[in-house]
Design a protein around this ligand. Structure first.
Ligand code: NOJ
Length: 760
């Protein structure tokens, strides 16, 4: 029987491999035939990606003479325009008015939802819920394709250890292993099983590579990194997305080992194609080819040739390819074979999307009304938001809130729509977001009276506000004086049983080109928090942020802190769900929260020094600071629940692992508190002795489990030698025999531990 099943599985695999080969052959034939008819200008035209502007800009320049270029066959794809009618019109121009009628790609940045905005990606990652993440990506694909978009500039998988960098909001935090799981879930969610389906879209993994490690946390800045760090920490999520079948990849703005990514042959050809076997196409970031002029790599013709020769296929907005490649060909600076290669890859993407069968397959006028902002989608956005929140503190069980009595809801973000969606939601409409006040008022079963006061501005500084308000009003400076606002807030607070202050960052305080050198809560809000504390009322902080914030003072002042990122369109409802206990918070940090900026970079999987200080007490001649402990404010993997979980009986089924074997690690988790709840059970491994210095611990597994109050659940992980492998000094991926230590618990400083040996 077993043999028969194995035989059947083998046959099925063989059939699907044959089918794939057949499809590939069909595609090759089709593309070769088409390319046989193309002029060199038309081939170069396919490498040109433009944006006509008009909507919310995602860069500083826009394309011109769009119609003429489309008709001349000078455009391979467009991004930044939306809606079946508009896109059909544009596609018609390409199909009916250009010589060969090649359809165009239509792309967009659908980063955390299309119109139904769900939490910023960093928040979503804090759910540690891969099924949820995949479902949100699928929902985004369904909405975006309903509006005619079928190529997505997401997922962003840049690992970052620097919360000053505003784009941490768009990623999955600091860990390569978790980041890889999330990358796969998102690629599957967007692309589904069938790229030609009208409800799936081609994904783009970005930004290749190392974009999350700019010097000083300043966006677009230089990057300088060892190969050891690249291969072990920054590159794995890209590899995971590629293995999951991602259709395209976007280069980054920064240099990699001294050569900008868009012109880096080692990165785009040696590694990406030759080592990893990537078969999709590579698009530059917005004018990143042109920006190599400022990097000091030559004039537009030189940097365009450099990029093509490096392995870049498509040029976003800058038109360096369009305007110089032919000349470079004539001068022998590029080869026609390389232009052909790039053109082939772009045409293959179009083929895979089914555009040559039906260039209009994604344009259905009925779909927007049905598929966009449906009740089902909004309910998923609400679920995603509730699961993204991280409870950082909860003294005296001040949360969940009582549904009776009087609640003072105070703060510049407490009754606000403009900052709920978060950064990179260009297609979302802030006016559709549910403010927190509204969500609390509508909470089922609420009898508590809710009093509201703004209390403070997000920032009092008009110049700062102007920098933030580029895409619409985010920081609104009140006409009243700060003193008057504070007085009102205090009078509201003194009438209440509990104060809930909603504070933090405005939407564009994180995101692209929004780096901060000081990542504390802005001063006017700090003043408000101090004054509210002085009333003596129990103080709950609901903190919004697109990044980890340094909140040492707030941690001391508040009785409870719920970190809610930017929660998306269902913000108010989701926050009410959690504050009133309809949902017990289960989010855990995917990025370390520092005590202050001076600790950055501070991350959990750091290597040991020769003079470590594992404690928080200063020791002379040890690696520590005079003015701050080494430990962060909140470690990676940390997050509380309304209930408590206790871990016991860590057992390994063997003390030795054979070189091709595996071991299992189990632990018993008991819900010892008063609420049912979910816990992210995390497994960390430490390689005790190796040929290179290894981190003190690394995440190698997690399971999010629901446990009823009073119940105990056994959770088992399997570890295989591959999980112990790393890139060594020679960049070989190896598991070195020897001692390993495992840790299991609810965060990265878990203490329950066991040991085993990997045999040679
Ligand atoms: C620049 C950003 O870096 C990138 O992530 C985005 O996809 C493009 N602009 C297009 O909007």
């Amino acid at each position: 029987m077993k043999k028969m099943i194995v035989g059947l599985l083998f046959m099925a695999a063989l059939l699907s491999a044959c089918e794939k080969q057949g499809r590939d052959e069909g595609m090759n034939r089709f593309v070769s035939d088409l390319m046989g008819k193309m002029t060199i200008e038309e081939k170069i035209g396919q490498l040109n990606l433009i944006t006509p502007g008009g909507g919310i800009p995602t860069g500083s320049v826009v394309s011109t003479d769009v119609e003429e270029k489309i008709k001349a066959g000078n455009v391979g794809g467009i991004f930044g325009i939306y809606g079946p009618e508009k896109l059909r019109q544009a596609q018609k121009m390409a199909v009916e008015e250009s010589r060969l009628g090649i359809p165009m790609l239509f792309g967009a940045d659908v980063i955390h939802g299309y119109k139904t905005t769900y939490p910023i990606p960093l928040g979503l990652s804090a759910s540690w819920d891969m099924d949820l993440i995949e479902r949100t990506a699928r929902m985004a694909a369904k909405e975006a394709t309903a509006d005619g978009i079928f190529w997505n500039f997401s997922p962003m998988v840049d690992i970052s250890r620097d919360p000053r960098w505003g784009r941490v909001a768009e990623g999955a935090g600091e860990d390569a292993w978790l980041g890889s799981e999330i990358a796969k879930a998102m690629v599957h969610g967007y692309q589904g099983e069938d790229l030609t389906s009208p409800v799936t879209m081609m994904a783009t993994v970005k930004h290749f590579a190392l974009y999350g490690a700019p010097e000083g946390g300043r966006d677009y800045n230089r990057v300088d990194m060892s190969r050891y760090n690249m291969f072990n920490y920054y590159l794995p999520p890209f590899k995971a997305a590629i293995d999951a079948g991602v259709g395209s990849i976007m280069t980054s703005f920064n240099d990699v080992d001294g050569i900008p990514a868009s012109g880096n042959r080692w990165l785009l050809t040696d590694l990406l194609r030759n080592k990893w076997g990537f078969r999709g196409f590579v698009v530059s970031d917005y004018t990143s080819v042109n920006e190599m002029i400022d990097h000091g790599m030559g004039d537009l013709q030189a940097v365009s040739a450099l990029s093509l020769n490096a392995g870049l296929d498509m040029d976003m907005v800058g038109e360096g390819f369009l305007t110089t490649l032919k000349k470079s060909l004539e001068e022998g600076k590029v080869r026609e074979a390389d232009i052909d290669k790039a053109c082939r890859r772009v045409l293959e993407a179009k083929y895979k999307l089914g555009l040559f069968d039906d260039p209009y397959r994604y344009f259905n006028d009925e779909r927007p009304a049905i598929d966009i902002l449906s009740a089902e989608n909004r309910s998923l956005a609400r679920e995603a938001a509730t699961k993204s929140f991280v409870l950082l503190k909860n003294e005296k069980q001040v949360l969940p809130l009582q549904k009776q009595g009087t609640i003072a809801l105070i703060g510049p973000l407490a009754n606000d729509r403009n900052n709920m969606l978060g950064t990179w939601a260009p297609t979302g409409d802030p006016q559709l977001a549910v403010p927190i006040f509204e969500g609390m008022m509508n909470a089922p079963g609420r009898q508590a009276k809710i009093l509201y006061a703004k209390g403070a501005n997000i920032s009092d500084d008009p110049e700062y506000a102007a920098k933030i308000n580029v895409f619409g009003p985010r920081i609104m400076i009140d006409e009243r004086s700060p003193e008057m606002m504070l007085r009102e807030a205090l009078s509201v607070a003194t009438q209440a049983d509990v104060v809930v202050a909603v504070v933090g960052e405005a939407t564009e305080m994180s995101g692209e080109s929004s780096s901060r050198s000081d990542i504390t809560i802005p001063e006017p809000q700090k003043k408000l928090i101090r004054a509210l504390k002085a009333t003596g009322k129990p103080l709950v902080l609901v903190v919004m942020g697109g990044r980890p914030l340094a909140m040492e003072e707030e941690h001391e002042l508040a009785d409870a802190i719920l970190f809610v990122w930017h929660p998306g369109v269902e913000a108010g409802n989701a926050i009410a769900d959690v504050l009133f206990g309809a949902y017990n918070p289960s989010g855990e940090l995917t990025m370390t929260f520092p005590r202050n900026v001076g600790q950055i970079p501070v991350y959990y999987n750091h290597r040991n020094t020769g003079r470590p200080n594992p404690g928080d007490t200063f020791q002379k001649f040890r690696s520590n600071y005079l003015d701050v402990p080494n430990s962060p404010l909140y470690p990676f993997g940390y997050g509380l629940s309304y209930t408590t979980f206790e871990y016991a009986n860590l057992t390994l089924n063997s003390s030795q692992m054979a070189a091709s074997g595996e071991i299992s690690v189990s632990v018993e988790v008991t819900n010892s508190g008063q609420f049912d709840g979910e816990e992210v059970v995390q497994l960390y491994v430490r390689d005790m002795v190796a040929s290179v210095t290894r981190p003190l611990r690394e995440l190698k597994g997690f399971q999010k489990v629901f446990i009823e109050k009073g119940a105990t659940r056994k959770v088992t992980f399997t570890i295989k030698p591959g999980d112990l492998a790393f890139y060594n000094y020679d960049l070989e991926f190896v598991a070195e025999p020897g001692e390993f230590q495992v840790f299991v618990g609810g965060h990265s400083t878990a203490e329950l531990t066991g040991e085993f040996e990997l045999l040679p």
